[in-house]
Design a protein around this ligand. Structure first.
Ligand code: UTP
Length: 227
């Protein structure tokens, strides 16, 4: 199966880079490839992006330049993951979708960070899934699925096992994009998932090592987005 996987920066770099998480990713990606899956990866900026975007904000830097700083952070994280993946990965963060697909056809793993201001890497992952014609899109986040409300703020929030892209769109609402914003999923990504109708999984960090078995049908505790 061809899959696009997005690793949220908040699990990869929650403060300092999380080495256990990075090692789990390397193990899972190697296993997926051994099972003949084609893998494309996108990584987020995490705390590194947040720190730099906040600094830029304090300095009165315009929003679009704050985004560029966020993108630079995602690419640094991408470079770290590439280094950990070693010879199976394309040696530099990929910045163009078509190149990522070419890299995949060369049997290497492309790792992308951000691309364009005004969105997050959630949107990059949805675009990459579309351009690469992936069968599945997987988001690993620090919230282990899609909830009815932010579980960190609302103790009554319930995790949803399954929902449609339309229900997801309703949940995310039409929040305006701001550099470094927090939401369940970037509204740009949600729109794309709706449009391309790709099966999408939202999983917690603890499921990274289980991804190969999840793809073979094993149960998981995340959320499936499908019609
Ligand atoms: P992230 O993709 O890391 O944001 O982008 P996130 O959804 O908060 O995810 P975590 O924390 O990684 O889980 C960080 C910031 O970088 C800029 C935006 O400002 C975004 O908020 N960015 C990122 C872009 O402008 N374009 C991109 O394609 C990606």
């Amino acid at each position: 199966m061809r899959i696009t996987i997005c690793f949220g920066g908040s699990i990869l770099v929650p403060g300092a880079p999380d080495l256990t998480c990075i090692r789990d990713i390397v193990k899972a990606v190697r296993e997926l490839r051994a099972q003949d899956h084609e893998v494309l990866i996108v990584v987020g900026g995490g705390e590194l992006a947040r720190l730099y975007i906040n600094a830029a904000q304090e300095l009165g830097v315009p929003g679009i330049d704050q985004d560029q700083i966020g993108i630079a952070a995602t690419r640094l994280n991408a470079q770290l993951l590439i280094a950990a993946l070693g010879e199976i990965a394309e040696p530099a963060p990929v910045t163009v979708f078509e190149k990522a697909v070419r890299v995949m056809f060369k049997n290497k793993v492309p790792v992308m960070g951000g691309t364009t201001p005004g969105q997050t890497t959630d949107a990059v992952a949805a675009m990459l899934a579309q351009v690469s014609k992936s069968e599945l899109l997987v988001f690993f986040t620090n919230v282990d699925g899609v909830y009815t409300a932010d579980p960190k703020l609302d103790p009554r929030a319930k995790k949803l096992d399954r929902l449609t892209p339309e229900e997801l769109a309703k949940l995310v609402g039409s929040a305006e994009f701001k550099p470094g914003m927090k939401s369940i999923m970037d509204p740009v990504a949600v729109k794309l998932i709706q449009r391309i109708n790709i099966k999408t999984l939202v999983l917690g960090r603890h499921e990274i090592r289980r991804l190969p078995e999840i793809l073979n049908g094993a149960k998981h505790s995340g959320t499936i987005i499908t019609r």
